[in-house]
Design a protein. Structure first.
Length: 274
């Protein structure tokens, strides 16, 4: 666990900060998030800062960032998994009904084989090193992995739990599920999708924390905040249309915190002159 905490501090946070600076955003940090300084004690040089807190935390977005903290919402994860499964079945149906020249998956030599016979035929011959377009292997697949990862991360799972879920969805539901009906499983997809997806997904998680902390606004824009939220976490944003969004309508409290200044002390001085 210490390794993943160190990894996130060393790699994830700098990447997110660089991105936020590029967007001209000052990252507010829920609990780590402080608003502007409200007052200064000119005598003791103490600083009073107002810190955002949530009266009743409902998600990890309401708590300080941690790569190991868990607050699992299994009901929401079940809903997300159901959406993934239905989307996979719909994809398989569409690909099966497309013309021969519309996709490389529909090969004439496989038409004489039954659907499950094709799955067994491909599963027994893989995994293999594929020669797919690099855009698919090293851009789209990592993004897909990040979406799978966020499917669990936004449901309160920690880094390891989200990686396990991402690996399950990408390997069992997709690579050895939907794709195996039409092609041999790929070595790159089995490893790159979950591992690169975890790294990209944790960056997405940091970005969404900023969005949630600012009431779904980004750069002061409601539209931009929602747009980026859909890009970094499309599954949970979609499910929220039907199941509600626990990241919204939070009861945020502003708590004053005194930060002692360098000259703060108690007592008094007596000067005697003779």
């Amino acid at each position: 666990m210490k390794f993943f905490s160190y990894l996130c501090d060393l790699v994830m946070k700098p990447l997110v900060h660089i991105l936020l600076i590029a967007l001209s955003i000052l990252p507010s940090h829920a609990y780590e998030l402080t608003d502007t300084i409200a007052a200064t004690d000119t005598l003791a040089l103490d600083t009073i800062a107002w810190v955002q807190t949530v009266e009743e935390p409902r998600t990890l977005y309401d708590l300080p960032y941690s790569p190991t903290r868990r607050m699992e919402n299994w009901r929401r994860l079940t809903q997300n998994t159901t959406v993934f499964a239905l989307a996979g079945l719909a994809t398989l149906y569409v690909l099966e009904t497309l013309p021969e020249d519309a996709t490389a998956w529909n090969k004439k030599e496989l038409r004489h084989m039954g659907l499950f016979e094709r799955w067994r035929y491909h599963a027994e011959r893989g995994p293999v090193w594929d020669k797919d377009n690099p855009i698919f292997n090293y851009v789209l697949h990592p993004y897909g992995g990040a979406v799978y990862y966020m499917g669990a991360r936004s449901c309160g799972f920690n880094v390891l739990g989200s990686l396990a879920y991402c690996t399950f969805i990408s390997s069992m539901l997709w690579e050895y599920g939907i794709e195996t009906f039409n092609e041999v499983p790929s070595v790159q997809d089995l490893f790159i999708t979950p591992l690169a997806g975890m790294m990209m997904g944790e960056c997405f998680y940091h970005i969404k924390r900023v969005i949630v902390a600012n009431d779904y606004h980004l750069c002061g824009s409601w539209f931009f905040g929602h747009l980026v939220a859909w890009i970094v976490d499309p599954l949970n944003e979609f499910v929220s249309l039907f199941a509600g969004n626990p990241c919204k309508n939070r009861n945020v409290l502003m708590t004053p915190v005194t930060i002692p200044g360098p000259n703060s002390h108690l007592g008094f001085n007596i000067n005697l002159t003779f």
